[in-house]
Design a protein around this ligand. Structure first.
Ligand code: NI
Length: 399
């Protein structure tokens, strides 16, 4: 009996031990969790922590600047001749870049060869690079063959510098004849507002002239990128023009958005052209340009009654897609300009196009061209194309 009892006891003990072992081996969920948390928690590494620098400020991904041109708003084209210049060109580009502005540079081929760097940068920035010939000679006095050779030589310098071969040419001194105007395979463009920066070399005079000019919408302003005084003027004028609401565009942009056409080869765009054309209501969109979005212009919500909305008013050679001419030009009223244009001081000359004015234009030993048209929109531009006497072009003295 005793023996039996002790056997029972032994069995009992054995059983309880097994239970103990079993319990111990069983996973304790709470504990397991705690261990897991502990393991995944950031290791405190006490001593090093304090020395670690504060969290870096979140890096703001820089928003790419999107250039928008509104064809219904004022715009003006700054143009710079006679460069590139080792010092001044870069400074002008710095200013333009700072204000997200573009301009057109009519560069002299031989100068490009000597100083190509700014030209590559201009092209990269989206500025327009035009040709100002290769040797800055009076093109109207050259034989056609040498004239073409000169322009071709310049083109080689431009392409070597990283810019496309220019489609625009500004003839030195504004001097043109029939061949220059219409037989070079290029578009010839002069200007409408002459700051005479080459003559005064005085930044304040240039600033005053532009600021007191009056309406600048649609104008092409002439400056020269080889004078420190001009750089200083640009530093003031670029922000000032923008504050006045002017968009700073290239010549081709001005032609497309304001005048509604692209510069054509063998055409001459001189004072008369710009004076007798008003803002278009069918601007042309250039590739890569962004126009302001006008939600109501979207034809989507229009009821179905209008099945074939015939979206082809009259914008012809528009290359890329999303341009909706009807949307952009929010009905720019036919401007009242013609009326006020009746008072223009200049009476059209019967035979000579140049308005008779006291101030002889600077770069112009050329014979008269173009016959004046009566309704002149703007009255200020000094006709670039009056000869009378020849003033040495500053560029000729420039290395
Ligand atoms: Ni020049």
């Amino acid at each position: 009996m005793n023996r039996l009892f002790s056997l029972f006891l032994t069995l009992l003990m054995l059983l309880s031990c097994t239970a103990c072992v079993g319990r111990a081996a069983a996973p304790d969920p709470a504990r397991g969790q705690a261990e897991t948390l502990e393991a995944s928690a950031p290791q405190p590494r006490e001593p090093e922590e304090p020395s670690a620098p504060a969290e870096e400020p979140p890096v703001q991904p820089e928003e790419p600047y999107v250039r928008v041109i509104d064809p219904s708003k004022p715009m003006v084209a700054l143009t710079f001749d006679d460069g590139p210049d080792e010092v001044c060109s870069g400074r002008i580009l710095d200013i333009l870049e700072e204000y997200h502005a573009l301009a057109t540079f009519f560069e002299v081929g031989r100068n490009v060869l000597a100083c190509p760097e700014p030209v590559g940068r201009m092209a990269e920035m989206g500025c327009e690079v035009g040709s100002h010939s290769n040797a800055h000679k009076d093109l109207s006095k050259m034989k056609k063959s040498s004239l073409l050779r000169d322009l071709d030589t310049a083109d080689e310098a431009f392409t070597a510098a990283g810019a496309p071969a220019p489609t625009l040419v500004r003839p030195p001194y504004g001097a043109v004849n029939k061949t220059v105007k219409s037989a070079t395979g290029r578009a010839m463009v002069t200007w409408t507002v002459d700051t005479e920066d080459w003559r005064s070399r005085d930044a304040q005079k240039v600033i005053d002239y532009v600021q007191n000019y009056g309406e600048l919408d649609g104008e092409i302003i002439l400056m020269h990128s080889i004078y420190e005084s001009t750089v200083e003027a640009v530093r003031v004028l670029v922000p000032w023009l923008q504050e006045q609401g002017y968009q700073l565009v290239t010549v081709t942009e001005l032609m497309a958005y304001y005048y509604g056409e692209l510069p054509q080869p063998d055409h001459f765009y001189g004072y008369t052209y710009f004076a007798t054309h008003d803002r278009t209501d069918t601007p042309i969109e250039l590739p890569g340009m962004h126009l302001p979005e006008e939600p109501e212009a979207d034809p989507a919500p229009v009821p179905e009654q209008d099945p074939a909305p015939d979206p082809v008013p009259d914008t012809p050679e528009v290359p890329s897609a999303p341009f909706d001419p009807t949307g952009i030009v929010a009905a720019p009223e036919p401007e009242p300009e013609p009326e006020e244009a009746q008072e223009p001081a200049k009476t059209p000359e019967p035979s000579v196009e140049a308005p008779t004015e006291a101030l002889p234009p600077p770069e112009t030993p050329a014979p008269p061209q173009e016959t004046p048209k009566a309704p002149v929109k703007k009255d200020t531009g000094k006709e670039p194309l009056t000869p009378s006497f020849s003033i040495p072009n500053p560029a000729m003295f420039y290395p």
